[in-house]
Design a binder for this molecule. Sequence first.
Ligand code: ZN
Length: 164
Amino acid sequence: MSCHDIGRGMNAVVRRTITLFDRKEIALEPAKIIIASCANAVNWCDGNEYEAVDFISHCRCGKCLKLIPKGEKLYSIWDVTVPKQSSRDHWIFETKNKLELVTDGMCEECFDHYIPEVCDSDLDLEAMKRKIEEDGPDSVISEGKEREHNNGYIWGTDSYWYQR
Ligand SMILES: [Zn+2]
């Protein structure tokens, strides 16, 4: 049994980080470092990284943090054709590190720009995108806004000074 509490706790910090980022009170790089740290912090218990970033993973790009409008493309790096010599898990870990991704999803602009850097040189990007869209149309479409719950639990009332 993994621990879901630590993921919810970290997801609350991700939510606050995004609030500051959207208000331009915090820049992209520090926002991403905090979010990535939240995802990694679930390892202080037997937590799940996807729960720590649930607030943004269905609607924002993990590279540029752009909010992707509802219905537009949000590609998962799990659907990328992995280079011939790599194991999938190792490639995902390396790619998230190399591209500095805070979630597994990418907007189409970032996907087009960065994915060729981490794939075989003979990659046909357009063909791969078509295959991803055909195989899993639900997994590549943005929900258009952040989740209104924390991994299924309602968010608490904002009453502390830092929540203003
Ligand atoms: Zn992007």
